[in-house]
Design a protein around this ligand. Structure first.
Ligand code: HEM
Length: 445
């Protein structure tokens, strides 16, 4: 089995979190782009837990046909449906005294999410066609490469299940955010592939390593492995797209409310940390419809004392958005984040206005996305003030032309369509955006 290789601060910080939570029974949600190695992290969590002698049951939720979910998870008894010719245990029961790893949890069909939540809360369930409650002892690890919170705000994923699964989130950094790991990782993978092919592992030249490091690996470690495997089997030069790819919508990989790696490696600045805390509190407040204390309130969801929460809200200057504000009507922070990501992704992929982002790093794009979300949240009547740079000044030197603005409006409409924003809200948003045009478009030619 492939080991986790690398010594970058971003990876070490992630592994530190893994090792801290492994021995506990806490539910863990592993976040990361596809190909980063979420299953490896799940294995490590299992191996370093007191359940390591028990089973590790891996379920790829995207691979289970919708109508078989219930029986896959909970099992069935003979005769429960046509084709059920004998009793069968489900994955939950197979994972008894061990760990259940739910990969791509976002794919669990809505009609089953409630049932799964109940089973996880009570550690008890019934097989399909049976009414005997069965007890299990299972530790659950979920993984997703999608911004699950967006699915929550779109009503595709149950909020309560999301909070149940995300007790302890761990984000695995994409390969492009830890280029110093590429050389040792490539050497390790080459040795592994060569052993499989019963060949001697070749050494990579400086030039090859330089090329590997210059590429931005949208498919992460999996893509690196495939490239090396192809190279070794076919015996020719390294074979992958030259130069850093411009990946439209790379920013989509960042999760609203989650800490995203900043320009620094392995730590957040005090300001970033506060922004992270602020987003987390706002996400919980939104989940609790802005109720702070009491049953179902944000303090309870956060597992926090309500007076502590109240004082954090005061310190972070988080106020309840006005009833009827555009902010609330559009669906709160996560909807605004979804809208901003979609819009920025379209703008960056556009042949005309994409030029504004060409030399920008992914970290820079994520920063811009965060600021855009913060800006929109505050200007639409949200719970905080905008604390980014002067938005107008940021555009002044870009030399944005009248023609660029039409392209922007076109993409804005596409985003409205994509997120099914209603006509009245669209009109209000367009008025808000139009009022900025005169200061953003600096060249009227
Ligand atoms: C044609 C239209 C637009 C283009 C091409 C554009 C492009 C850009 C670019 C390239 C940046 C990065 C600037 C830098 O870091 O130096 C930026 C930043 C930003 N943009 Fe735009 N933008 C447009 C319209 C808008 C609109 C209408 C809004 C608000 C609703 C907006 C909000 C922001 C915000 C909040 C930032 C971050 C500013 C900061 O650093 O604090 N942009 N934009």
């Amino acid at each position: 089995m492939t080991a986790i290789v690398g010594s970058s601060p971003a990876l070490l910080q992630c592994l530190h979190r893994v090792d801290a939570v492994a021995p506990t029974d806490a539910t863990v949600l592993i976040l990361g782009e596809s190909g980063v190695g979420k299953e490896l992290i799940a294995r490590r969590l299992h191996e370093r837990s007191r359940r390591s002698d028990g089973p590790l049951v891996i379920v790829n939720c995207a691979a289970i046909p919708r109508d078989l979910f219930e029986s896959e998870f909970f099992g069935h008894v003979k005769g429960a449906f046509s084709g059920a010719t004998r009793d069968r245990k489900g994955r939950l029961e197979n994972a008894h005294r061990g760990t259940l790893f739910l990969d791509e949890v976002g794919e669990i069909p809505p009609e089953l999410q409630g049932k799964l939540l109940r089973a996880l809360q009570q550690m008890s369930f019934e097989r399909v066609g049976d009414d005997e409650a069965r007890q299990v002892d299972v530790r659950v690890i979920g993984a997703t490469n999608r911004p699950l919170l967006d699915d929550v705000s779109l009503g595709r994923f149950r909020r309560d299940l999301y909070y149940r699964l995300s007790t302890f989130p761990i984000e695995i950094p994409p390969l492009r955010e830890r280029p110093e790991d590429i050389a040792p990782l490539a050497a390790h993978l080459l040795a592994e592939i060569a052993a499989k092919l019963r060949r001697k592992a070749p050494r990579l030249s400086h030039g090859q390593i330089k090329r590997l490091k210059a590429y931005d690996w949208p498919g992460n470690v999996r893509e690196l492995r495939n490239v090396l495997e192809r190279t070794l089997i076919l015996g020719h030069e390294l074979d992958f797209p030259a130069g850093p790819t411009v990946t439209p919508g790379t920013a989509a990989a960042s999760l609203p409310g989650q800490a995203t790696a900043s320009a620094h490696d392995g730590f957040m600045t005090a300001a970033e940390f506060l922004a992270f805390e602020r987003n987390n509190l706002i996400a919980a407040l939104e989940a609790a419809s802005w109720k702070v204390a009491g049953s179902g309130g944000a303090a309870e969801l956060l597992g926090m004392n309500s007076s502590t929460l109240a004082s954090r809200l005061k310190a972070l200057d988080i106020v309840r958005p006005a009833a009827g504000s555009l902010y609330l009507r559009i669906g709160g922070r996560s909807r605004i984040a979804a809208m901003s990501r979609d819009l920025l992704g379209r703008m960056q992929a556009d042949p005309q206005v994409g030029r504004f982002w060409i030399d920008r790093s992914t970290a820079g794009i994520r920063q811009e996305e965060r600021l855009l979300v913060a800006y929109l949240c505050s200007s639409l009547g949200g719970p905080t003030r905008y604390d980014g740079r002067d938005m107008i000044a940021a555009h002044a030197q870009l030399d944005i032309k009248e023609g660029d603005w039409s392209v922007f409006l076109h993409h804005l409409n596409q985003t409205f369509e994509a997120l099914a924003i209603d006509t009245a809200t669209r009109a209000e948003l367009r008025v808000a955006v139009d009022s900025l045009k005169a200061s953003i478009v600096t060249d009227k030619s």
